[in-house]
Design a protein around this ligand. Structure first.
Ligand code: ARG
Length: 583
C-alpha cells in the first residue's frame, strides 16, 4: 500500500465509525508542503450532504482517527483535513525501497491488455516532426504501462496504402534516379513524391495519370505492386534507422495495407446491419439520433445555426475504401486476435473527430467492451512561435531535427564534459542530444504547443534532461569514491534534517506518481516529479555531508543516495531516456 492508500484506509475507518456506514474517501497530495503532505476534503463534502458544520464534523473525524506511527492531522480553513506524515513513517517506507526492483510501484495494470497505436508515419512520405511527438509520447506510455503490469502490444499502423502511392509510382516510372535510390532511398522517394505532387498540382493530366497508377495498384497490377513493395521495404529500412536512434521498437507493423481484404466484407456487414447506408453513391455511417446533446454527436456539425449530417464515409462513390474503413477493420482485429481491453491512439489532435466517429462506430458494432482513447497532442513551434518549418518552408524531417539536436549537444559536450576520448564524447553527444529532444516533449502537457529551442533544451541548469542526467552522474560519483562497495541491504534509514526528510518523501512518492500518469496519459507528471526529485537531492547533498558523516547516519545517507540514483534511472528509463555514468 502506498502512503496515500494507507491514509485513505485509516480515514475510511474513522468515517465509518463516525457515520455508522462505509463511506468512500479520497486523499490527495497537498498542493503546498507548508500545510502538510496530504489532504482530504471529506469533512466538507459530507457536511454539505448532511447539512452540518464541516469543522465540527472534521473534529469528530479526527477524534476517531487512528494515525499512530503514520501521521498527524489538523483542521484547516473551512474544514480541510491536513495530514503531516511522521519522519519515522518516511524512514521505514524509504527503507522498504532498498532492494525493491519496483521501487514501490504497484502493478495497477496486471491482467489487462492494451494496444498502443503510435508513430504510424505515412510510408514514402517523409516522417516529419509531427510524428516525433507521437513516437516519443507513445513509446514512453508503452514503457510506463508495461512497468505497472499491463500486457502491452505496440503496433506501428503505418500509412502504406494511400493516394501517395499513385504519385510515387507515376514519378518512379517517369523520373527515377536509381543511383540516389540506392545511396539514400528516403531522400529519393521524398524527391519523387514532391515532384509528382507539384506536377499534379500544375497539370490536370498528370493528376489523372497518378490516379490511374493508384487504381492499377489497388486492382493488383504486377508492375505497380512490385514498385509498391520496393518502396515499402526501403521505407522500413529508413524508418528503422530513426527508431534505432530513438531506441523505439514495435511488436508489430500492421499498416493499413494489412487490412485490404477485410474492407469489402466489413462494409457489406455494416450495410446489412443497418449501421451504414448509401448516400450519393457512397456508403456512410450517419448519426443514430441516440445522442441527446448534439454537441456530443460526432456525426453532426453545426452549419449556419443548424445541425446537419457529418457522416463517416466508409466507401467512396468510386468504390474506394478509406482511412476510416481501415481503422474499423483494425479495431476488430485488435479485439478478436489480441483480445485488447484498451486501445490508445497517440495521434495529432486534428484527428479528434475521426476518432470520435470511430469510437462511436465501435460501440454500434459490438466492440463497446473495449476502452478506446485518443491520446491527442498539440504542435511543435519554432522560436518564432509559429509551427516549426525549415528555411524553405517545408515541414522539417525528423532525422534532421535529431541531427541538429546532436550537433548542439556536441558543442555543449566539448565545452563542459569530463569524458576523455573523442569516441566517448561523440557517444555522449548523441545520447544528450536525443535525450534533450525526448525530455522536452515529455515535460510538456501533451495538448500544449511548445517551442523547439535547442539552447534551452540542452541547458545544464533548468528543467532539462542534462540537469537530470547530471544529478544521476553526481550521485554515482559519490559511490566511485568508496574504497569498499556499499551494501545497502538491511541498512536502517534515519532522517534528521529537513532535507533528508524531503528527499525520502519524494523517493517514497514514486510509487504514487507512476500509476496516475496513465489516468490522463501525462508523462509530464513523471518528468516534473523527476525534476523535483533531482532538486531535492541537490539540496540534501548541499546540506548533509554523506561520506564524512558518522554511522549510522553515513550508511543511511548512502542508502538514500542509492535509491535516488535508481529512481532517477528508472524514471528516466520510463521516459525512454538513458543515463550516462559520466558526463
Ligand atoms: N498515418 C496517420 C498519420 O500520419 C496516423 C495513423 C494513426 N493510427 C490510426 N490507427 N489511425 O496521420
Amino acid at each position: 500500500m502506498t502512503l496515500l492508500q494507507e491514509l485513505e484506509s485509516r480515514l475510511a475507518a474513522a468515517l465509518e465509525s463516525v457515520l455508522g456506514a462505509p463511506t468512500p474517501v479520497t486523499v490527495t497530495p497537498a498542493a503546498d508542503l507548508r500545510f502538510g503532505d496530504y489532504q482530504s476534503n471529506a469533512a466538507m463534502v459530507l457536511a454539505k450532504q448532511r447539512k452540518s458544520n464541516p469543522r465540527a464534523l472534521a473534529q469528530e473525524i479526527i477524534d476517531a482517527l487512528d494515525l499512530s506511527g503514520l501521521a498527524t492531522a489538523e483542521i484547516a480553513g473551512p474544514g480541510f483535513l491536513n495530514f503531516r506524515v511522521l519522519p519515522e513513517a518516511y524512514a521505514s517506507r524509504a527503507a522498504a525501497l532498498i532492494g525493491d526492483a519496483r521501487l514501490g510501484v504497484p502493478q495497477t495494470g496486471a491482467g489487462k491488455t492494451v494496444v498502443l497505436d503510435f508513430s504510424a508515419p505515412n510510408v514514402a512520405k517523409p516522417m516529419h516532426v509531427g510524428h516525433i511527438r507521437s513516437t516519443i509520447l507513445g513509446d514512453s506510455l508503452a514503457r510506463i504501462a508495461r512497468f505497472v503490469g499491463f500486457k502491452v502490444i505496440t503496433d506501428n499502423h503505418i500509412g502504406d496504402w494511400g493516394t501517395q502511392f499513385g504519385m510515387i509510382t507515376w514519378a518512379w516510372k517517369t523520373s527515377l534516379d536509381e543511383a540516389t535510390l540506392l545511396s539514400n532511398p528516403l531522400q529519393e522517394m521524398l524527391r519523387l513524391y514532391r515532384h509528382a505532387s507539384d506536377s499534379a498540382k500544375a497539370d490536370e493530366s498528370i493528376r489523372e495519370a497518378c490516379r490511374l497508377e493508384l487504381v492499377k495498384l489497388q486492382s493488383g497490377d504486377a508492375e505497380n505492386l512490385a514498385i509498391w513493395n520496393r518502396c515499402l521495404e526501403l521505407s522500413k529500412v529508413g524508418l528503422n534507422q530513426i527508431y534505432d536512434r530513438l531506441d523505439v521498437s514495435f511488436d508489430h507493423w500492421l499498416g493499413e495495407s494489412a487490412y485490404n481484404d477485410a474492407l469489402a466484407p466489413l462494409v457489406d456487414r455494416l450495410v446489412a446491419e443497418n449501421i451504414a447506408r448509401e448516400s450519393d453513391g457512397a456508403i456512410c455511417v450517419f448519426s443514430d439520433g441516440k445522442t441527446e446533446d448534439p454537441t456530443k454527436d460526432p456525426f453532426l456539425v453545426r452549419n449556419d445555426g443548424e445541425w446537419t449530417d457529418f457522416p463517416m464515409i466508409v466507401r467512396k462513390s468510386d468504390g474506394a475504401f478509406n482511412y476510416a474503413t481501415t481503422d474499423i477493420a483494425t479495431l476488430e482485429f485488435r479485439r478478436n486476435e489480441w483480445h485488447a481491453d484498451f486501445v490508445w491512439y497517440v495521434v495529432d489532435h486534428r484527428q479528434s473527430l475521426h476518432f470520435q466517429q470511430l469510437f462511436a462506430v465501435a460501440d454500434r458494432i459490438g466492440l463497446g467492451a473495449m476502452d478506446l482513447k485518443h491520446v491527442a497532442f498539440g504542435t511543435i513551434l519554432g522560436t518564432d512561435g509559429k509551427p516549426l518549418k525549415t528555411r524553405s518552408g517545408d515541414l522539417p524531417q525528423l532525422a534532421d531535427v535529431l541531427d541538429d539536436a546532436v550537433a548542439a549537444a556536441r558543442v555543449a559536450v566539448a565545452e563542459r564534459s569530463r569524458v576523455d576520448t573523442a569516441e566517448e564524447k561523440e557517444e555522449l553527444a548523441e545520447l544528450i542530444g536525443i535525450s534533450a529532444v525526448k525530455f522536452t516533449e515529455l515535460a510538456h502537457h501533451r495538448l500544449s504547443d511548445y517551442v523547439f529551442d535547442l539552447e534551452k533544451m540542452l541547458a545544464l541548469q533548468g528543467d532539462t534532461a542534462p540537469y537530470l542526467q547530471n544529478a544521476y552522474v553526481r550521485i554515482r560519483s559519490i559511490f566511485r569514491k568508496l574504497e569498499t562497495p556499499f551494501d545497502s541491504s538491511g541498512v536502517p534509514i534515519v532522517l534528521g534534517s529537513e532535507q533528508e526528510i524531503h528527499l525520502a518523501r519524494l523517493l517514497v512518492r514514486f510509487g504514487e506518481v507512476l500509476p496516475t500518469i496513465l489516468e490522463d496519459f501525462r508523462p509530464n507528471l513523471l518528468a516534473n516529479y523527476l525534476l523535483e526529485l533531482a532538486r531535492a537531492f541537490h539540496s540534501f547533498f548541499e546540506a548533509c555531508p554523506v561520506l564524512k558523516a558518522e554511522e549510522p547516519v553515513r550508511s543511511s545517507r548512502l542508502a538514500l543516495c542509492e535509491i535516488a540514483a535508481l529512481t532517477l534511472k528508472q524514471g528516466l528509463g520510463l521516459l525512454g531516456i538513458k543515463v550516462p555514468e559520466k558526463m
